[in-house]
Design a protein around this ligand. Structure first.
Ligand code: 6R9
Length: 777
């Protein structure tokens, strides 16, 4: 979101993600899944739409067999209205429920008020028609046991959450442990740059500790012997478990050690660990003593790690000697050594490097060691007591920093505070996954990303959930690994990124599925639903960001009829608005920039050390709103369809990478004079990285140079940011003011050559033809 001035975000409105446009598709058989189904009877495809007020629907996992479902007339099975709880009197007509409420509720109320009559939908067992009209109705048995059993119930809660946020969130927050209750007001906010400093605070004056809420509070409630973590190692048969009591002991020993080496409340701790149990343990230990963790994904290069170390100046770095991912050994400690040497050159000396000996990947003897600085984790931690007093902190004291890509070179240190984040992640987790204490939950995200913070560690553990933590790769030793794990631990809630869906197997324990990270293609949704979930499990397609802390737009399984590919409706307390390029709110069916009005407890509070960048990046483009950087369409029924980033951020397999970061890595190569990077559609990764590269004069193009450029990016950022394609570019299309026209580059990259648009504003229009000629060189 470069400079986030309205002009910059407007200039990039033609989002790099051309992957799928819900409004464009009318072909019933366009998707791979539909193609596969071509030999099946097509009765449902061609069934006339249900449109009368008494339409009935086939529900998810109805008791009919698959073939029976296929042959049932669409409008004959489950009466959706009668299968849900009666609506409360307040719901009789939400549209006229007072001027204020009708305004706040206008985008969600119509459907909740009377779903069947409002939805002009074709309903489906396995066969699905177009996208917007596809509708998957919750199984009545699922709804009956769900936290939110119907749209009407959702609307009751949503209405209160936006009309009385203080009351709504206070009631929820009261269910957590607070040493001291928050002051009044419950929250205060200014989200309008024209009214002064942007400021968001929730539960200020409330004293608590999130580690206490994750561990001690659950143990006090009698769950000490409940499994907190099922850890599955990279190799088959290598696993471990920790109960909540055992986890507390491990967290306390580490917390005591950190205190002993001088880490205090407010100090930064950098964690560079793979998905060992020690990663959530380290996060919780920091939280216990009020230290601020900064987890750096263990796929980042030494340069990236060093940049983050220099920015937050930690007292200690927590790491391990090596990790095996699939068949490959990655020497993490070597990367840390290089990063610490680099940081020292930038006046940042880290005193201690606590290193976990992961001997299945590398022996202690083979690990390079810096005497006086490096300490073996297992040798020292066992010497510390297994209980440790918590550091009570204010709700607004920082909990963690997490760096995320922006569109300028320097990553942004997103800062989350304690109280609001705790309440928000735990509550979204509970409702979006319909979590119950008997569930076994697996989120495939790494704790190096926000999903691993909010929905591997904090959200689930505050709820006392049993969480699967997986060290390895989903395709090792073969592509069935995920489903082996689901069966082994009887996973009932499975939360993953759409890119993982490419492998096929089958499992029985599942009851809720979740998706995150990028728009889920409707054909992938159908496969996830029909094959993985056996047409039985609702899918929570959760839209959110590092900045938002937790889900903002998400289905509530059991409440909403779902549309494959739509994230559906806002979570409680969230008011999404879609604005046009002038910042005017759009009503009804529309498409534009996705913003949020008013704060929610889990929102980030600043960018570390750069509040001004926080304000300009997120609050200046459309004053009065938080601007997400995503495009969004709202359909006639009020469903939200995310259409991808409108800024210069590429989303590769759910990982955000700023185009500018990759460009600056490329131009650091001595033979590269200029680079421009765009995202292109990628079958597996969602988006791939496509780099246009201009070489220093006189340097010839060669395959070796191509490889060396890619290596440079791998080294500086990490393997996940390596360009998929290097396109030689003797010149780049630029405006006369020197601004690269990425719009044109995106069209060239995606070979949409007859959609190049107006090239007359270019300083040298000839470069376009040159680039086209070199496209396949
Ligand atoms: C949680 C996470 C945020 C960006 C976001 C958007 C994309 C995330 C999505 C989705 C469509 C979803 N995104 N969830 N797009 N549907 N369900 O991924 O955080 O790494 O900060 O990325 O990811 O573009 O703006 P983060």
């Amino acid at each position: 979101m470069a400079a986030a001035s309205s002009s910059s975000c407007l200039a990039t409105h033609d989002s790099p993600r051309h992957k799928y446009n819900p409004s464009r598709n009318t072909n019933l058989y366009y998707s791979p899944l539909n193609l596969m189904n071509q030999n099946q009877p097509r009765l449902l495809y061609n069934t006339p739409r249900c449109s009368s007020i008494n339409d009935n629907y086939i529900g998810i996992g109805s008791s009919l067999s698959k073939s029976e479902r296929q042959f049932q007339p669409v409008c004959s099975l489950v009466n959706f209205q009668s299968s849900n709880r009666p609506r409360s009197p307040a719901m009789a007509d939400p549209l006229t429920n007072g001027a204020g409420s009708s305004h706040l509720l206008r985008h969600v109320s119509s459907l909740a008020a009377n779903p069947p009559s409002r939805l002009n939908a074709v309903v489906l067992g396995d066969a699905l028609a177009s996208e917007e009209n596809d509708l998957v109705i919750p199984n009545p048995d699922f709804s009956a046991q769900a936290h939110v059993p119907s749209p009407a119930e959702y609307l009751d809660m949503y209405k209160r959450s936006v009309e009385d946020p203080a009351g709504f969130w206070s009631d929820i927050a009261s269910q957590f442990y607070w040493k001291q209750k928050w002051d009044s007001p419950v929250y205060s906010e200014n989200m309008d740059v024209s009214k002064g400093r942007i400021n968001i605070e929730w539960f200020k004056g409330g004293i608590t500790n999130i580690c206490y809420n994750c561990l001690d509070a659950n143990i006090a409630a009698g769950n000490g012997e409940k499994i907190a973590i099922y850890w599955e190692g990279n190799e088959l048969g290598v696993d471990a478990t920790l109960t909540y009591s055992q986890l507390l002991h491990k967290v306390c020993r580490l917390a005591n050690y950190l205190k002993d080496i001088g880490v205090k409340k407010g100090d930064a701790v950098v964690i560079y660990l793979p998905m060992l149990m020690e990663l959530p343990i380290a996060m919780l230990a920091c939280a216990r003593i009020g230290a601020v963790h900064s987890v750096v994904f263990a796929g980042f290069s030494s340069e990236s790690l060093s940049q983050r170390i220099v920015d937050c100046k930690p007292k200690v770095v927590l790491t391990c000697n090596a990790v095996k991912r699939g068949p490959k050994v990655i020497h993490l400690k070597d990367i840390v050594d290089a990063a610490l040497a680099d940081s020292a050159k930038n006046d940042t000396v880290v005193d201690v490097c606590l290193t976990y000996a992961n001997e299945s990947a590398l022996t202690k003897e083979s690990t390079k060691w810096v005497e006086g600085r490096d300490v073996w984790w297992q040798d020292i931690i066992s010497k510390y007591p297994n209980s440790c007093d918590v550091e009570w902190v204010d709700a607004e004291d920082p909990l963690f920093l997490l760096y995320t890509s922006g569109s300028t070179g320097k990553p942004k240190g997103v800062l989350h505070t304690t109280g609001g984040y705790m309440v928000y992640t735990a509550t979204t987790f509970k409702y979006a996954f319909d979590y119950k204490p008997s569930d076994v939950y697996w989120c495939t995200a790494d704790c190096g990303w926000i999903t691993g913070h909010s929905y591997v560690t904090y959200g689930p553990m505050v709820n006392g959930a049993t969480v699967v933590v997986f060290e390895g790769a989903p395709n090792y030793p073969d592509s069935g690994r995920c489903w082996d794990i689901v069966d082994k631990y009887k996973v009932s809630i499975f939360y993953t990124a759409p890119t993982l869906f490419v492998t096929r197997y089958s499992r029985k324990s599942l009851r809720v599925l979740g998706s995150v990270g990028e728009p889920i293609n409707p054909s992938a949704w159908r496969w996830f639903f029909n094959v993985v979930g056996d047409s039985r499990c609702p899918i929570s397609d959760t839209w959110w960001q590092t900045e938002t802390g937790g889900f903002l737009i998400t289905p509530l399984p059991g409440a909403w009829p779902q549309k494959p590919g739509s994230a559906t409706f806002p979570f409680f307390g969230v008011q999404p608005v879609i604005v046009d390029e002038k910042g005017a709110e759009l009503e009804g069916e529309c498409s534009g920039y996705l913003c949020v009005k008013s704060s929610w407890p889990g929102a980030f509070r600043t960018l570390y050390g750069d509040h001004e960048r926080y304000e300009t990046t997120y609050f200046s483009a459309f004053p009065g709103y938080y601007f997400s950087g995503d495009g969004c369409r709202r359909d006639k029924d009020g469903y939200h369809w995310l259409t991808g980033r409108v800024d210069d951020v590429i989303n590769v397999s759910g990982h955000r990478i700023g185009t500018a970061e990759v460009e600056s890595a490329l131009v650091s190569h001595p033979q590269c004079s200029e680079a421009a990077v765009v995202g292109v559609e990628h079958e597996v990764k969602g988006q791939g990285i496509y780099a246009f590269v201009t070489l220093v004069e006189g340097v010839p193009y060669s395959d070796d140079l191509r490889k060396s450029l890619i290596m440079t990016v791998r080294k500086q950022i990490g393997a996940f940011a390596a360009p998929d394609k290097i396109h030689w570019a003797p010149g780049l299309p630029k405006t006369r003011s020197g601004k690269i026209m990425r719009r044109i580059l995106r069209k060239i990259a995606s070979r949409q050559l007859n959609e190049l648009g107006d090239t007359s504003t270019l300083a040298e229009p000839g470069v376009v033809d040159q680039l086209i000629a070199l496209a396949d060189s």
